[in-house]
Unconditional design. Structure first.
Lengths: 343, 582
């Protein structure tokens, strides 16, 4: 009886032991507290990519534990920067790749790029180079790149005050060889400096406002300084009224208070150099509710870029008496599904 | 009814003012009992380096709990407890609180079905609904029992039951063939009501319900069976929270009892499983963070018929995913936000004082009365092997415990040992092992030397060793020693002199688990211990009778951390308690 009992007890206990498992719960202690080491070298799949042909560059490296890593690609001529980040113990070439886009404008050109693999919590850095042999072509509906001057149908209006620059220029383009300068200095107490209007036909677009992006390169800063409270208003009209019905006013006629107009303000424009601003259409507010207040990209008929700034004669910003406003623009493009820097 | 209640209240206050120490009135329809207590403590800092904290502080209160029992009709009792409490320093109405502390109605329908409505005390199986003792509780010993009785009373801890509010019904059948008895118990309670979390955002916490059932059957003289079920649910529509928990637990057990001439041999085998899942209003699918787990336990017990000797042993497996909210909720949540009452901050850096041995012994405010759907924090130096009692998940092992009482009443010995291992490792595939040994011996010197006046001492010891093999990162070795000593001498008739000391020393390293709102481990915090906690107490106690006493104590307590940038603390307390059970 006693022997059988002991046998039963041992059998039950052994069956318990068989239940133990070799996995573990929670994050790996090695990941949290182990010393870091790189298990294999940093490999790039293509050192002369031609992004025009949709080529990509794939990356591979693996480590003994999961870390926060960052791949930085810097164009040595343009200064464009692309950053790819992750937290893992492997940079998997099936997942981590580069298609020639940028994280920070200007865009990459045909140039040599410096590559750097660094880690947030470790001092190690791995370096390499590659040469871009063909630029990436961005998908989207290009509204204006100013390569052939101001588009024919566009309407430009500006105040006649000091140093007004509402024209194309070639000295510092974001993309291609030309851009549109919007700036100057107001000699009286007026915020509005000028604007440029483009007629549009978006009837072939099927995206919703949540998937429709307005992307605009904006250049600011003169000698490292910017005017106080300078900004750009983007107005989008869904009105079917004729774009340029009144030929006497140098501005389109589809942004009136009685029409369906939406507005987004890039305010302030307080950086030095180029910056790519991307805004989803559903982020636009209703400016004048002449329509159904439903933002529908396919109904867009015109876009207006307004340059505004706090006037120097105002008591709020007397410092603007000594500096010109600069809100130059380039590469106005609509994209669907993702903004331009995430293509 | 209100007038009746007012009369009762006024009557109770007048009784208190007339300083009638003890009284019980009983007649057929209404009777009273209750408790009165005077409590005063004066604490002071000994550490010289602390120039910010006040050198000393004092506080206390008088309270009376008047229990009113009313029998409006036979077999029905209505019970209400009214508390009148006055903080020292309060003047007349200022600082005085009057609360209805408990309300219960209970009775029997036609002498067949018992019911309770209101405040009910619930306990089921150790894996489905059970309020495990707090850390450092060694065999329910009487060390510091003045503190302990207050903590248990104030937190409604009675025999490992959770005090909940709801409805309980039980009834039973007797049979003359196949089985002997069939007993049923059902309950449904609301551990937490819907309440506003943020008035600005207008967010509300959901109602939480705990329901369950027990079926027990005595199949024959030697065999019985039990079935327990408990389920914790949040009702999503009663709040604005985006997630709601659901945690049903099932248990089935078979008990065999064998009686010999001098011994009783009892064996129990039980198993069960749990599911804990979350339903979401938005965002997640229904199986996210779902945990399914089981447990299995075998236990045998051999006891002498004269109750002088008992030994039990067994083995247990609790799955890492076994979750039973009503059995795994701890009495003390060792999270940093659970602040101590005395000297909440200390040192010139005003750092938050961690919970120490003294706080566990004396501070009723750090204790918890709620059921937690997720695992609460614990401190491995106080309890690492089974921080959630027998229902601790991720454990497999064997245990042995027992007691021996000397026939001549010279001494009692309790002992226990266990060896457990993790089922699955944490952060590594290597598993921790936990070896625990404890004993408590009480020696009655007055019996040995044949003195009439009581003279005894107790010595308790608990050693818990946690190990994990592996490389320098995986390796764990934590050794926690817990020593208790108490000497009690009756100097004059019913006047006792007490000296007791408690010391916990923890040396080694561990990893604390940090869990998210879904109970998933998100990281581990590496900790090294070389800590000593101590509490020494000297006192005199005058015991008028069993539940009426005056206790005056002087306590020396503190913690030594032996770590750079971590301040030790050292305090003293003068304590006066006058407790009367009416």
């Amino acid at each position: 009886m006693t022997k059988n009992y002991i046998k039963c007890f041992i059998l039950i206990f052994l069956s318990f032991v068989a239940c133990t498992k070799d996995e573990f719960e929670g994050p790996s202690l090695q990941n949290l507290y182990g010393d870091f080491s790189i298990s294999s070298p940093f490999i790039i799949s293509n050192s002369t990519p031609n992004f025009t042909n949709n080529e990509t560059v794939k990356f591979f490296c693996d480590f003994n534990k999961s870390v926060d890593w960052k791949i930085t690609i810097k164009g040595l001529q343009t200064g464009s920067i692309k950053e790819i980040t992750g937290f893992s113990d492997i940079i998997d070439s099936n997942v981590v790749s580069w298609n020639g886009n940028t994280s920070k404008v200007p865009f990459f050109g045909e140039e040599t790029c410096a590559l750097e693999l660094s880690f947030l919590t470790e001092p190690d850095t791995l370096r390499d180079t590659l040469i871009i042999t063909g630029n990436k072509i961005y998908d989207g509906i290009l509204v204006a790149d100013f390569e052939n001057g101001i588009p024919q149908d566009a309407l430009v209006f500006h105040q006649f005050s000091m140093n007004m620059t509402f024209d194309t220029a070639s000295d510092d383009p974001l993309n291609g060889n030309s851009y549109f300068k919007m700036g100057g200095r107001m000699g009286w107490n007026e915020w509005f400096l000028g604007s440029i209007d483009f007629p549009l036909d978006m009837s072939s677009v099927n995206s919703s406002a949540e998937d429709f992006y307005i992307n605009l390169g904006v250049l600011s800063g003169i000698n490292g300084e910017v005017a106080s409270d300078q900004f750009i208003n983007i107005l989008i009209s869904e009105s079917n009224y004729p774009f340029n019905d009144d030929l006497s006013n140098n501005a389109s006629d589809v942004f009136q208070d009685t029409m369906e107009v939406y507005k987004y303000q890039i305010r302030p424009v307080d950086w030095v150099g180029w910056n790519m601003v991307s805004v989803r259409y559903d982020q636009f507010e209703v400016k004048s509710s002449g329509g159904n207040n439903i933002r529908q990209p396919k109904n867009i008929t015109a876009i207006k870029l307004q340059c505004q700034s706090c006037p120097g004669l105002s008591a709020n910003c007397p410092e603007n008496m000594g500096i010109d406003v600069r809100t130059d623009v380039d590469f106005l493009i609509f994209t669907e599904g993702a903004d331009i820097l995430n293509q | 009814m209100k007038n009746h209640f007012l009369k009762i209240l006024l009557f109770s206050i007048s009784v208190f003012q007339l300083e009638i120490i003890s009284f019980t009135q009983q007649n057929e329809k209404i009777w009273f009992d209750g408790l009165g207590r005077s409590y005063f403590s004066r604490d002071n800092v000994v550490s010289n380096g602390d120039t910010i904290s006040p050198n000393n502080m004092s506080g206390g209160y008088n309270l009376i709990d008047l229990n009113v029992h009313v029998n409006p009709i036979p077999n029905i009792e209505v019970f209400g407890q009214v508390r009148v409490q006055n903080q020292f320093g309060g003047f007349f109405g200022s600082g005085t609180q009057i609360d209805v502390r408990q309300l219960t109605a209970r009775g029997t329908f036609k002498n067949k079905i018992k019911f309770s409505v209101g405040d009910i005390y619930l306990k089921q199986n150790r894996f489905t609904l059970y309020n495990y003792d707090e850390d450092l509780n060694l065999y329910k010993s009487d060390f510091y029992n003045s503190y302990k009785s207050i903590i248990d009373y104030e937190n409604f801890y009675e025999e490992n039951r959770w005090r909940l509010q709801g409805l309980q019904v039980d009834f039973s059948y007797k049979f003359d063939r196949f089985i002997r008895t069939l007993e049923f118990d059902f309950f449904t309670t609301r551990p937490r009501g819907s309440s506003q979390i943020n008035s600005a955002l207008n967010t509300f916490q959901s109602d939480m319900l705990l329901s369950g059932a027990t079926i027990y059957s005595k199949i024959s003289n030697s065999i019985s069976a039990e079935l327990n079920y408990s389920t914790l649910n949040e009702l999503p529509n009663s709040g604005t929270q985006l997630k709601s928990v659901k945690n049903p637990v099932y248990q089935i057990g078979l008990i065999h009892n064998y009686n010999a001439k001098k011994f009783n041999f009892n064996s129990k085998i039980q198993a069960g499983f749990s599911e804990r899942s979350w339903s979401y209003k938005v965002g997640y699918d229904s199986i996210s963070h779902r945990k399914l787990g089981m447990f299995f336990e075998y236990k045998s017990e051999l006891s002498k018929m004269d109750t002088l000797f008992n030994i039990s042993w067994g083995s247990r497996y609790v799955d890492p995913n076994f979750r039973s909210s009503a059995a795994q909720s701890r009495r003390i949540d060792m999270t940093e936000s659970n602040l101590t009452t005395i000297y909440t901050t200390y040192s010139n850096d005003a750092v938050i004082r961690p919970i120490s041995v003294f706080d566990i012994i004396s501070d009723l405010n750090i204790y918890n009365q709620n059921i937690s759907p997720t695992l609460m924090n614990f401190n491995p130096i106080f309890s690492n092997a089974l921080p959630y009692g027998d229902a601790t998940p991720n454990r497999i092992g064997v245990f042995l415990k027992g007691f021996y009482k000397n026939k001549k009443k010279y001494f009692d010995i309790n002992f226990s040992t266990s060896f457990f291992s993790e089922v699955i490792g944490q952060g590594t595939s290597r598993k921790r092992t936990f070896l625990t040994f404890s004993q408590l011996t009480k020696v009655y010197l007055n019996e040995i030397f044949n003195h009439k006046k009581e003279f005894n001492f107790s010595l308790g010891y608990l050693n818990q060793i946690t190990n994990r093999e592996g490389d320098s990162i995986e390796f764990i070795n934590l050794n926690s020693n817990h020593i208790d000593f108490k000497m009690e001498k009756e100097l004059l008739d019913k006047v006792y002199f007490n000296f007791s000391t408690k010391r916990v020393k923890a040396l080694g390293n561990e990893y604390l688990t940090v869990r998210d709102g879904f109970d998933e481990i998100i990281t581990f915090q590496q900790v090294d211990y070389n800590r000593i906690d101590y509490l020494h107490a000297l006192g005199l106690k005058y015991q008028f009778k069993k539940d009426v006493y005056i206790d005056i104590q002087y306590n020396f307590w503190g913690s030594e951390f032996n770590r750079a940038n971590f301040y030790d603390f050292d305090f003293q307390r003068l304590l006066f308690i006058f407790s009367i059970k009416l």
